[in-house]
Design a protein around this ligand. Structure first.
Ligand SMILES: O=C[C@H](O)COP(=O)(O)O
Length: 252
């Protein structure tokens, strides 16, 4: 059984103080991890404060990115080794904003996936899709290529542990979520790609999330779909009450 994962991605928002207040506010209000797992990915400079405020340890504190080397002369980068040492379990890799604004290529994303796994963490690998490609029917190649490139050299054993997020660019921050049919299509395609690369067993164990304008008023419909195992929410994860609602979507 795949335990749903409701994850937030704060991007470059909030201050350290606001981050601490958020974590304090959600204590005791999130489902226990054996029913629905919850995570917030935040800028690296907030993580220690968030870990310290996370007294009940239900919420997973995650990173938004990291570098693909463990240490060395890479000014300004975040070490996956150091993240693991802090107790960070998840790191987002290959978000479309990293691809677009920081020129992350499939090769860089693949190296980061390998680095996150090598350091005992789980990558949340983001898979993008542009409106133009969706309309011209190129979606299949685009999604399949991104998943295949990101997982190059990843063993079946490691692949079984990863999380993949299907995040169409046209839905991110637009207020227009994919419909539940579109989300299911994208997540199914990713699972089929995993089955082709590895096996049905691996594909059926991997959690595939949908991301793009997920809100408390549309999460329940998305989560009814067979291949949608959770969400990666941006804007609606910034407010604690909204995130608590997302996490408790089964009661909405
Ligand atoms: O990682 C999260 C996605 O970029 C979605 O962001 P959004 O919920 O603000 O559309």
């Amino acid at each position: 059984m795949r335990i749903p994962l409701i994850a937030g991605n704060w991007k470059m928002n909030k201050s350290v103080t606001e981050a601490r207040h958020f974590i304090e506010a959600v204590q005791g209000k999130l489902p226990t991890a054996d029913t629905v797992e919850t995570a917030i990915a935040a800028p690296a400079l907030f993580l220690q404060t968030m870990l310290e405020a996370n007294q009940d340890d239900v919420l997973k504190i995650a990173a938004e990115t990291c570098y693909y080397e463990d240490e060395g002369a890479y000014t300004g980068e975040t070490s996956p080794k150091a993240l693991h040492e802090m107790g960070i379990p998840y790191t987002i890799v290959g978000h479309s904003e990293r691809r677009r604004y920081f020129n992350e290529t499939d090769d860089v994303i693949n190296r980061k996936v390998l680095a996150v796994l090598r350091n005992g963490m789980t990558p949340i690998v983001c898979c993008d899709e542009t409106m133009g490609r969706r309309e011209t029917g190129e979606k299949i190649h685009w999604v399949v290529n991104q998943v295949s490139a990101a997982l190059k050299g990843v063993s079946a054993e490691d692949a079984a542990k990863i999380v993949i997020a299907y995040e169409p660019s046209w839905a991110i921050g637009s207020g227009n979520s994919a419909s539940s049919d579109q989300a299911e299509d994208g997540c199914y395609l990713i699972r089929q790609t995993l089955a082709d690369i590895y096996s049905d067993e691996v594909a059926n164990g991997v959690r595939v999330l949908y991301g793009g304008s997920v809100r408390p008023d549309n999460i329940a419909g998305l989560m009814t779909r067979d291949n949608v195992d959770g969400v990666l929410a941006g804007g609606s994860s910034l407010d604690e009450q909204s995130f608590i609602q997302l996490a408790n979507y089964q009661n909405l």
